[in-house]
Design a protein around this ligand. Structure first.
Ligand code: PEP
Ligand code: MN
Length: 339
């Protein structure tokens, strides 16, 4: 931590700050310039609140140097995390894994026809919500366990792994036999009790970024899962809320290289929720692969105009197939390959 004292700080005030730092276990290195004194405090404690120093008399600025997360940081595993699945698929390696499927599982016919189409186009993971976090309590809330059974059945039939959203602790065990990846939705990114429980699960977790979450908050949420012992976490950028109203959310493509640098965890991108508009999905998916995403998750529906949720951002199967062809061209340009 760096503590820059104000220019008019007295020797007593400087000594007071040094004493407070030492009291908290820091080793202090002092640098006294012509007009200003800067203190370097080494020996970071994870639970240290820098505001305790910021509010001391004559303190100018305080900057944290070490990251508040330990297990998700790149230094913990410089080579990066590769998540391996039972069918040989790997997320976080050289291959970019495409996940696709409807926003919600609505019926057998809807799910199977969508799954068949996305598998034929080259997707490797089937998505579909069985428990839906809807903004309004009066809209479709998902099929529940029935939806999970359909997902597993469709996954087996078309050779796809399955990802679905877990909304609460009581659903973890129920979902376990049906899914390969738990998805934690944007609205639950800071549901710390849920994250802690998922830390005890042995199945990979895709942690979506909260709609107003900073990257640091997002990584700290991932830290909850890793600190429970589950190191198989995929970060998923899914757009954040900004002042822009043209799109449902603002897809933060820059979060991809930032997370790849800060963390060893694989990073996915969700351009469907990231934009909310069908015609913006493919451009953002292409950008995500170019920016280094390890996975892209796309909403695809066999008949989007009839979808019970997120139809406007769901691709038609032929649009998804076209996107896959484009991604196969883009990936080699950044030394990757579509799985
Ligand atoms: C979803 O994937 O359908 C979903 C609800 O995503 P998010 O949590 O990103 O809004
Ligand atoms: Mn959706």
């Amino acid at each position: 931590m760096i503590v820059a004292m104000q220019e008019n700080a007295t020797e007593d005030q400087i000594q007071h700050v040094i004493a407070e730092l030492v009291k908290r276990g820091f080793e202090v290195h002092r640098s006294t310039g012509v007009t200003q004194t800067v203190l370097g405090a080494v020996g970071a404690k994870v639970d240290f609140d820098i505001r305790d120093i910021e509010v001391l008399p004559a303190v100018g600025q305080v900057h944290r140097i070490s990251s508040p997360y330990k297990l998700v940081g790149r230094t913990f595993r410089p080579e990066g995390t590769e998540i391996r699945f039972r069918n040989g698929l790997t997320i976080g390696g050289k291959e970019v894994v495409i996940m696709a499927g409807p926003c919600s599982v609505e019926s057998r016919a809807q799910l199977f026809s969508t799954a068949e189409a996305i598998a034929a186009a080259g997707a490797r993971v089937l998505r579909g919500g069985a428990f839906k976090p809807r903004s309004s309590p009066y809209t479709f809330q998902g099929m529940g366990e029935e939806g999970l059974k359909l997902l597993r059945e469709a996954g087996e039939k078309y050779g796809l792994l399955v990802i679905s959203e877990v909304m609460e602790i009581s659903q973890i065990d129920l979902m376990e036999p049906y899914i390969d990846i738990y998805q934690v939705g944007a609205r639950n990114m800071q549901n710390f009790n849920l994250l802690r429980e998922l830390g005890h699960s042995r199945k990979p977790i895709m942690l979506k970024r909260g709609i107003s979450a900073t990257i640091e908050e997002w990584l700290l949420s991932a830290e909850y899962i890793l600190s429970g012992g589950n190191y198989n976490v995929i970060l998923c950028e899914r757009g954040i809320r900004t002042f822009e109203t043209f799109t449902r959310n603002t897809m933060d493509i820059s979060a991809i290289p930032i997370c790849k640098k800060l963390s060893h965890l694989p990073v996915a991108a969700d351009p469907s929720h990231g934009t909310g508009l069908r015609d913006k999905v493919a451009p953002m998916a292409r950008a995500a692969v170019a920016a280094g995403a390890d996975s892209v998750i796309v909403e695809v529906h066999c008949a989007p105009e009839k979808a019970l949720s997120d139809g406007a951002q769901s691709l038609y199967p032929n649009q998804f197939a076209e996107l896959m062809d484009q991604l196969r061209v883009i990936a080699p340009a950044v030394e990757r390959k579509i799985a």
